[in-house]
Design a protein around this ligand. Structure first.
Ligand code: C2E
Ligand code: MG
Ligand code: MG
Ligand code: MG
Length: 282
């Protein structure tokens, strides 16, 4: 009996492992195909400046335009792309799309002057390579470094050495800016805030979501805004979904806001229309 049960367990286990392994193999093949056929696209979500009530920058968010499955969100393939290193090639394509788009916006005098790009940790494993790639794109599309912001996470910063810090410093001196994304969800150590060159602090949406019901979150958000300002950072709240949250942020001196209340991430053309409808200056 025991032997039988053991055998069954074993068989079940291998089948499960096989299907898991199979899933990964398929996903890797699919991702390679997607890279080759350039199936990745960007949506753009506006960042509202709460002082001027203007929009000058957007965050670029990747989607996989799959030929049969439709639009696939980043959560379903970015972690795997990071594990396999495929994120580097995807990141290069994203950079090209973003810079090309920015050039187009520039040519038609769009209010959008700046794009924030999400960067995975392994993209900065070889910082020289990453930044020379960035330089190439900026030159190709006639853009300046101060039109690009990198969004990185606390997690990324924890593992990086002095060389990455030095490179980031150097890049910032020539105009590039850096945001710390999902702030408050990563490691509890704040020492990296003092070590790393950062321009913008993005309060994670989990703090914003429960703002009205949770008075502790109100206190935390106020404290994060105060701390960000004390460290000379611009503070932005992500995931702003209702007016109550927006009012709280304005009352407490938050610099920018991003979220569904304003707009979901949109394809470039839809964003252009939205901007024309809502932020027309004439
Ligand atoms: P993130 O950078 O923190 O992006 C914010 C996420 O929140 C986005 O999800 C955005 O669509 C969503 N969001 C924005 N406003 C609201 C709101 O009001 N309510 C709610 N519930 N959600 C909101 P998305 O586009 O699915 O991206 C998820 C994550 O995938 C990003 O988190 C980022 O970590 C990663 N990611 C996206 N694009 C890229 C990319 O080009 N490269 C890399 N390496 N990672 C990316
Ligand atoms: Mg981000
Ligand atoms: Mg975030
Ligand atoms: Mg996030």
């Amino acid at each position: 009996r025991a032997k039988e049960a053991g055998r069954n367990t074993y068989r079940f286990y291998t089948e499960e492992m096989n299907s898991h392994a199979l899933h990964r193999i398929r996903l890797e093949e699919e991702l390679r195909y997607a890279i080759e056929h350039k199936e990745f696209i960007l949506f753009y979500q506006p960042k509202l400046d709460l002082t001027s009530n203007d929009i000058h920058s957007v965050e670029a968010l990747i989607r996989w335009q799959h030929r049969t499955k439709g639009l696939i969100p980043p959560i379903e393939f970015i972690p795997f792309a990071e594990e396999t290193g495929l994120i580097n090639e995807i990141g290069e394509q994203i950079l090209d799309i973003a810079c090309k788009q920015l050039q187009q916006w520039q040519q038609k005098s769009s209010p959008v002057e700046k794009i924030a790009l999400n960067i995975s940790s392994c993209q900065l494993d070889k910082p020289e390579q990453f930044f020379s790639g960035l330089e190439d794109r900026l030159n190709r599309y006639g853009l300046r470094r101060d039109q690009i912001k990198l969004e990185i996470t606390e997690h990324l910063l924890m593992g990086k050495d002095d060389n990455v810090i030095a490179q980031l410093h150097h890049q910032r001196q020539s105009g590039l800016s850096v945001a710390i994304d999902d702030f408050g969800t990563g490691y509890s150590s704040l020492s990296y805030l003092q070590v790393f060159p950062l321009d913008e602090l993005k309060i994670d949406q989990s703090f914003i979501r429960n703002l009205s019901e949770n008075s502790k979150n109100k206190t935390l958000v106020q404290a994060i805004i105060t701390m960000g300002h004390a460290l000379n950072m611009s503070v932005i709240a992500e995931g702003v979904e209702n007016q109550e949250q927006m009012d709280f942020l304005i009352d407490n001196g938050c610099d920018q806001a991003q979220g569904y209340l304003l707009s979901k991430p949109l394809p470039a053309e839809a964003l252009d229309n939205w901007l024309a409808d809502n932020f027309c200056r004439n």
